[in-house]
Design a protein around this ligand. Structure first.
Ligand code: SF4
Ligand code: SF4
Length: 361
């Protein structure tokens, strides 16, 4: 059975308090994830609903191939791919095209991306679908729903808070959401996917990053993200949180530079409704690079030179060309390919400060 959430919303009477309660519930689910996932599964599963556990892309694709065979699937209906990170993360369009599965609205099988699992009652929250596609959930259809292991919360009474926090992504407008527990008219297959999240869960001092709800507020204020944009990340995950997660979701070798592309200014934390300690986690990841010896000799040498250079005022006041050369040495080659290094000011900060100070007198 499923039901849509009312569009009219009660405004947050106690915004901060609601956010704290929400964060607390998310954190509890993340800290006890094995137990909460089992609790969810036992409540969701029945003769119409089945759960598939998948370690990575290959697991998902192998199970899907078997499912297509047993269900004799020729076509699939996909929701708007841009609003579903999980579909882009999996590269589902390429997989379906390889399997010669046609994409159409009146397909044999419907794909959905779920936002959240509620472990207290075994329901799913689905958003960003049109009314038309919601109706398919209860008709005589085969539905395949995808979600990653971290999208879990203990209390279903947090739905409204979640819904309102996510309105930011829609420019303040309410998103269409539905709570889904299955329907006797259709078969529902839920894929719960790890895809390297357990690497993050294994790191005690950063695992709270998984409670992020991807609302996008921090992306809009991060000076680094605003200056480099999506392209240098070369990933579906971009912005402040990806500086922490991508080395674990992908490889340390290809993403270690990201945690150093942060000035620790704290703008992201100021806007985060969950008050996630982003800077603390970034520093923790930096430290783990040193302790795990992920940094090679040349990285360490560059960081030592940079530290000496940046902490020495007379060196920072040195001539413009030398400063430019030194700084460009420390900017990742990947970033340099896609972005021009910003020109430095003609004057050093000291000179400009003295001049302005003199003018003020
Ligand atoms: S602390 Fe780092 S990630 Fe956060 S806004 Fe500042 S530069 Fe961006
Ligand atoms: S870190 Fe906070 S502000 Fe940024 S996307 Fe996650 S919940 Fe939103």
């Amino acid at each position: 059975m499923s039901f849509g959430l009312k569009k009219e919303k009660t405004p947050f009477l106690e915004y901060k308090k609601s956010c704290y309660r929400f964060y607390d519930a998310r954190l509890r689910a993340i800290e006890n994830i094995d137990e909460e996932l089992n609790r969810f599964e036992s409540q969701f599963s029945n003769k119409h609903n089945a759960v598939f556990w998948a370690t990575d892309y290959n697991d998902v694709f192998e199970s899907l191939k078997r499912l297509f065979k047993t269900e004799k699937t020729r076509s699939v209906r996909l929701p708007n791919i841009n609003s579903s990170t999980i579909f882009r993360e999996l590269g589902i369009k390429y997989f379906l095209s390889d399997q010669k599965i046609e994409l159409r609205d009146d397909a044999d099988m419907n794909f959905f991306a779920a936002d959240m699992m509620f472990s207290d009652n075994g329901s799913l929250l689905l958003s960003n679908q049109t009314n038309n596609t919601f109706s398919k959930l209860s008709n005589k259809n085969t539905n395949v729903i995808f979600i990653t292991i971290d999208r879990i919360i203990c209390n279903s009474d947090m739905i409204e808070v979640y819904q309102q926090l996510m309105d930011y992504r829609n420019g303040g407008a309410s998103q269409d959401m539905i709570v889904f527990k299955g329907s006797p008219n259709c078969s529902n297959y839920l894929f719960i996917i790890d895809n390297q999240r357990s690497n993050i869960l294994a790191e005690k001092n950063i695992r709270k990053v998984l409670s992020c709800i991807e609302c996008g507020r921090c992306n809009d204020v991060c000076p680094v993200y605003q200056s480099i944009g999506d392209e240098p990340y070369n990933n579906v995950f971009t912005g402040p949180i990806s500086h922490i997660t991508l080395p674990y979701l992908e490889t340390f070798e290809s993403y270690k530079h990201l945690v150093y592309a942060c000035t620790l200014c704290g703008a992201c934390e100021e806007v985060c409704p969950l008050e996630l300690p982003i800077r603390e986690m970034i520093v923790n990841v930096r430290q783990s690079f040193f302790s795990d010896e992920v940094l090679d000799k040349s990285d360490r040498r560059q960081l030592t030179i940079m530290r000496r250079f940046l902490s020495n005022r007379s060196k920072m006041n040195t001539i413009k060309l030398l400063r430019y050369k030194l700084l460009s040495m420390f900017i990742s080659q990947d970033l340099k390919k896609s972005r021009r290094i910003q020109p430095l000011d003609q004057e050093t900060f000291n000179k400009a400060f003295k001049k302005n100070n003199g003018n003020d007198k």
